[in-house]
Design a protein around this ligand. Structure first.
Ligand code: ZN
Length: 244
């Protein structure tokens, strides 16, 4: 049974109220802070992650936080004996995004992808629909990288893309945030596909009056640490050879 055949629609009011509730964690404080500030692994970010775990469990998902702060919630698919295929359980469809923010960030960046996914799972569950594939809702840690460079930390950990150096550098930060254990690593054929709903940040859809678009390309971001060796002296007239 698919959503298309049943004409399912999500509970938009409930999704809106979830977005508002999450936005209050690290939210604006008049005269002190605008926007939302849940920088990676700060008490606000961790409070947001714990809030999400509760929401996932309330929605009937089995949920956990892994050893790098990624939060996963799983809604099981129909077992193979019911599907009649006789083969192993199907790989999961993963939906999600991130819930950490930049300083004084927006309330929808990342949060919409995670809470929109959660609302989809709730809708299916309440309608008594079990899919062939399990659905997983993911909130990856330190996507933004504004407090601790580089970003996309949690998703890179998931696909085995962290260097040992980065793992060791982050370990004290994770411990201080109360995160322990091993990161969950993506296994072979564990995930069938990944889908992320994200607010538009370029303003193009808005300018054309379109509600939604499909991403066909994405900006590539690289971060470097650069050390300059030398000493202060008069700009422009001092010879480099004399600066030893
Ligand atoms: Zn984002």
């Amino acid at each position: 049974m698919t959503a298309k055949k049943t004409g399912l629609s999500i509970n938009a009011d409930r999704l809106w109220s979830d977005l508002e509730e999450l936005a209050r964690i690290g939210g604006a404080e008049p005269g002190r802070r605008r926007g939302i500030s849940r920088l990676a692994f700060t008490p606000e970010d961790m409070a947001g992650r714990r809030w999400l775990l509760v929401k996932m469990r309330e929605a009937g998902l089995s949920a956990c936080m892994d050893g790098v702060g990624n939060v996963f919630g799983r809604y099981e698919g129909a077992p193979s004996c019911i599907r009649g295929s006789g083969d192993a359980d199907s790989p999961a469809i993963m939906l999600g995004s991130h819930i950490d923010t930049v300083p004084e960030g927006g309330r929808f960046d990342g949060a919409l992808g995670v809470l929109g996914a959660l609302e989809c799972v709730r809708t299916l569950r309440e309608s008594g629909i079990t899919l062939k594939h399990p659905l997983e809702v993911a909130a990856f840690a330190n996507e933004e990288g504004t407090r601790i460079l580089p970003g996309t930390f949690g998703s890179r950990a998931f696909v085995g893309g962290l260097s040992r150096d980065e793992e060791e550098r982050l370990r004290p930060v994770l411990e201080q945030a109360g995160i322990s254990g091993e990161p969950r690593r993506l296994k072979d054929r564990e995930i069938a596909s990944y889908l992320e709903l994200h607010i538009e940040q370029g303003g193009v859809l808005d300018a054309f009056g379109d509600d939604i678009g499909v991403v066909t390309g994405i900006v590539g971001i690289r971060s470097f640490t650069v050390k300059f060796l030398g000493m202060a002296n008069h700009a422009g007239t001092t010879r480099s050879a004399l600066m030893r």
